[in-house]
Design a protein around this ligand. Structure first.
Ligand SMILES: Cc1cc2nc3c(=O)[nH]c(=O)nc-3n(C[C@H](O)[C@H](O)[C@H](O)COP(=O)(O)O)c2cc1C
Length: 224
């Protein structure tokens, strides 16, 4: 498997990317930083590698799917799909990935033991400092089978949480949902990176989230 990874970018057994040399384009954030402390299942994939494999996943993803880290890292996330997965929903994800736009669907997926579950999955691109595609973030929430009601409730809640932010916090969240990280947001809004970090910390607190992945998920759920 090690031949699969470019030098200096090999994941360890916990799925954390081991960075052997500094990589400027992450704007001070590693792949696992995006998701590690999230209570929501999440993965990061690297579209620069063949077949866009997962390069980091968090404990919640392991718990949700029942797969070991060793079985997850290096695989494309399509392993969650199965016999009754809706092909049109997979197509929505595929199109989002191809167009480098956030996509969210409630799709039928399968755990390792074969148990089907309804997965409210969000996939969003993350860009580097030069605006080139760097990673895809995926976050997965098992939802009740009463699909329509669960979706409406979640969307309404996300909308209210975003509406309660200050205009600056909301502006930064929307930029994050476009896949931009601190440095690029600072540049685009004409603010210092420090100011962005300050607003971002307050925004995370207001939303009650711990990671970039969680914040982006709220924004996409709210329709941004
Ligand atoms: C970061 C990321 C997370 C994904 N998570 C899921 C998922 O939870 N469930 C799912 O069915 N597909 C997920 N996908 C989509 C599949 O990986 C794949 O792109 C899709 O099934 C299309 O498959 P194809 O490449 O064979 O056309 C994810 C994709 C990415 C990039």
């Amino acid at each position: 498997m090690s031949a699969f990874w470019p030098p200096g970018r090999q994941p360890d057994r916990k799925g954390t990317l081991l960075i052997a040399r500094p990589i400027h384009y992450l704007c001070d954030m590693s792949a696992s930083d995006l998701i590690a402390s999230s209570a929501i299942a999440a993965v990061v994939s690297d579209p620069r590698l063949p077949d866009n494999p997962i390069v980091a996943c968090n404990d919640a993803f392991v718990a949700l799917t029942g797969y070991d880290r060793d079985e997850i890292i290096g695989q494309n996330c399509r392993f969650l799909a199965g016999k009754n997965t809706e092909p049109w929903l997979t197509e929505t994800l595929r199109t989002g990935i191809r167009m480098c736009r956030p996509a969210m669907v409630e799709i039928l997926n399968y755990k390792k033991d074969g148990t089907p579950f309804r997965n409210a999955v969000m996939v969003a691109p993350i860009f580097d400092g030069e605006g080139a595609l760097e990673y895809f973030l995926g976050s997965q929430v098992q939802i009740a089978d009463d699909k329509a009601r669960a979706n409406d409730a979640r969307r309404g809640l996300a909308h209210d949480r975003v509406a309660a932010l200050s205009p600056r916090q909301r502006e930064i969240l929307i930029e994050m949902a476009k896949g931009k990280l601190n440095k690029q947001i600072a540049y685009d809004l004409g603010l210092s990176e420090r100011t962005i970090k300050m607003h971002r910390a307050a925004m995370f607190k207001a939303l009650g989230v711990r990671t970039t992945a969680d914040a982006i998920r709220v924004a996409v759920e709210a329709g941004y």
